[in-house]
Ligand binder design. Structure first.
Ligand SMILES: CCC/C=C/C(=O)SCCNC(=O)CCNC(=O)[C@H](O)C(C)(C)COP(=O)([O-])OP(=O)([O-])OC[C@H]1O[C@@H](n2cnc3c(N)ncnc32)[C@H](O)[C@@H]1OP(=O)([O-])[O-]
Length: 243
């Protein structure tokens, strides 16, 4: 599955909806047993959540958007398919969450392809379920530092901390992802799926038990003047960087 939402594969509401529909189709088609998620935008896996869906929007829109973000996470995280991330670009925040929700992550060895939950750098906070997935992946102490400091790990550090499973030369990302897929597909589906569910369900349940409250929290948080100001400053920085 090649994500294509130029210029930066930001997860806009429209793009999230497209991803959800595609994933649902694959999930329901019994001829598919696994997917490799990668990007069609050179150098960018995904720039994460679309800031323009959260900046200057009314509460109803923010609520609709957040529901779609939750939906995508649950769909990928709990998928019955084997999901491999072939991460061929930078993946901050929501892009990192998408990567972390895969069963296995292969990252291209390019120092620009950093990965991490950098929310604090934007003056915003990674929700508890983003945090849970990171803690599950790299452990409590490493997650505590990474989250507070908004670390974006370059490939060698990403491998060392365990936020990705493998770092390979850029031209080998897809072939490596395919070999990994073959290895995972050698396991009987029912045993692998039930085991995946056993491991992941408690984390997903924490959100499932309070989805509406989580939406309300998000809307309250993102609508604050101070948060809107932080987003404004960050968006301006992105513009200025462009020159
Ligand atoms: C509680 C919530 C939790 C939040 C989770 C998140 O995921 S928060 C998200 C955390 N994400 C981040 O912190 C990543 C922020 N992005 C970046 O750091 C860089 O864009 C890049 C490194 C991904 C690509 O660098 P590059 O030099 O190749 O490209 P460029 O920088 O020139 O951008 C091209 C155009 O895309 C625009 N745009 C970019 N990102 C976003 C976005 N997320 N959304 C919307 N738009 C975005 C950018 O403004 C510009 O627009 P313009 O001026 O053409 O109208």
């Amino acid at each position: 599955m090649k994500m294509r939402n130029p210029p930066v594969n930001s997860l806009s509401l429209e793009f999230l909806t497209e991803l959800l529909i595609s994933l649902e189709k694959l999930e329901n088609d019994k001829t598919f047993r696994g997917i490799i998620i990668t990007s069609d935008c050179p150098g960018i896996f995904s720039a994460g959540l679309d800031l323009l869906e959260m900046y200057g929007r009314d509460p109803a829109h923010c609520a609709e958007y957040w529901k779609a973000v939750q939906e995508l996470w649950l769909r990928v995280y709990l998928s019955n398919l084997v999901v491999i991330g072939a991460i061929n670009g930078i993946s901050p925040a929501g892009g990192c969450l998408l990567s972390l929700s895969c069963d296995y992550r292969v990252l291209a060895n390019n120092p620009k392809y950093a990965i991490g939950l950098n929310e604090t750098l934007l003056g915003i906070i990674a929700p508890f379920w983003f945090k849970d997935v990171l803690v599950n992946t790299i452990g409590h102490r490493a997650a505590e530092r990474a989250l507070q400091l908004g670390f974006l790990f370059p490939p060698s550090d990403a491998l060392q901390v365990g936020i990705v499973d493998q770092v390979v030369p850029e031209d080998q990302v897809q072939s490596t992802a395919r070999s990994v897929m073959a290895q995972w597909l050698a396991i009987p589906d029912h045993a692998r799926q039930l085991t995946k569910n056993l491991v992941r369900k408690p984390t997903a349940d924490r959100l499932l038990q309070q989805r509406d409250a989580d939406i309300q929290n998000f809307v309250r948080f993102i609508s604050r003047d101070s948060i809107q100001k932080s987003l404004h400053v960050y968006l301006e920085k992105l513009k200025q960087k462009k020159g």
